[in-house]
Design a protein. Structure first.
Length: 332
């Protein structure tokens, strides 16, 4: 039985027990000295004939034991549920989704972002004991959802991702890596991976530097390129084709080269998203080769608490102390 204590600092309260014990002993010593000062043995016996020294000690012991039970109950002894996070084995996956305006290009039907969401939904369908987190990025990265087993919540966050929710446009892959790294945290020993979904249209010089940091930590990055090398025009919020400063239509093209470099540097794979099912299969096959460790983050466990097993005896001891007289029966 693997008993743990949620608040072990409560045991420090047990250090208070010697103080009332010391006061009790001092009081008993004072009473003995007071009786000796009276001098008259028969008078002392007459004054204290109804008092039981044994019962006084018992009453004090009951209070001391009740206090100790209360301290242990406050520490909350508990046992991890066998069906909780302690026995979950899997990996931590952060999905980094590009939501820049270029993801609204229609060179893949119905558009790049919609197809990316479809892909993510099917990835989530294939997760079992894996935690998933979500980062969306454009000019900056935003941690939308921490690592969780709540796949339904993940689907809702993915469905709400839209370029209209991001004020700073662009494609900052480096910032997406930063936010993903924050979601991983430092405590978990589970294998960590990022699924980067983007058209790769970026001039982010810091991306490769951040990539090296993640590679040193053993984070695998699988990249999913979406769009076509030939590219497509982009529509603005009014539905019109977006023009550049010279009045020419802005054409967004898939940059496969940078995505291949990112995947290769972290022992990941690059997938060109055309068929969602085929792309999901490639990525998930990559994860089947990974050693899956049990979750080390105890904040995700569920427990069965046993504090009542100590709180109830504490209450009964206090009741017993209250009704136990410190006087003895005197034969008439």
């Amino acid at each position: 039985m693997n008993i743990q204590f949620q608040y072990p600092q409560a045991f420090w309260l047990l250090a208070l027990i010697p103080f009332p014990l010391l006061l009790f002993l001092v009081y008993q010593s004072w009473k003995r000295k007071a009786r000796k000062k009276i001098g008259d043995v028969h008078l002392v016996k007459e004054l204290s004939k109804n008092h039981s020294r044994t019962k006084t000690i018992i009453k004090f012991s009951l209070v001391a034991i009740a206090f100790a039970c209360g301290c242990i109950a406050l520490a909350n002894p508990r046992i991890p549920d066998k069906n909780s996070g302690e026995v979950r084995k899997g990996i931590d996956v952060v999905i980094a989704l590009d939501v820049s305006n270029s993801m609204k290009a229609t060179d893949i039907a119905p558009d790049r972002l919609s197809r990316a969401k479809q892909f993510i939904s099917r990835v989530i369908d294939n997760l079992k004991d894996d935690r998933v987190g979500l980062v969306v990025f454009a000019g900056y990265g935003y941690a939308q959802m921490p690592l969780t087993f709540d796949y339904d919540a993940a689907r809702l966050y993915v469905a709400s991702a839209d370029p209209a929710n991001i004020s700073a446009q662009g494609t900052s892959i480096a910032d997406a890596f930063d936010k993903a790294n924050l979601l991983f945290g430092k405590e978990s020993e589970r294998f960590k991976s990022i699924i980067l979904i983007t058209d790769g249209e970026t001039h982010d010089e810091n991306a490769m530097e951040k990539l090296k940091e993640l590679a040193e930590k053993g984070v695998m990055i699988n990249t999913v390129g979406i769009g076509s090398p030939e590219g497509s025009t982009i529509k603005d919020s009014s539905g019109n084709v977006k023009m550049d400063a010279s009045g020419q239509p802005v054409v967004s093209k898939l940059n496969e080269q940078i995505l291949q470099q990112i995947a290769q540097a972290t022992n990941g794979i690059y997938v060109h998203l055309q068929s969602s099912d085929a792309a999901v299969k490639q990525v998930m096959n990559q994860y089947t080769q990974i050693e899956k460790k049990a979750l080390g983050d105890t904040s995700l466990y569920t427990y069965e608490s046993y504090y009542t097993w100590l709180a109830l005896p504490m209450l009964l001891l206090l009741i017993a102390e209250t009704f136990l007289p410190d006087r003895k029966k005197v034969k008439s």
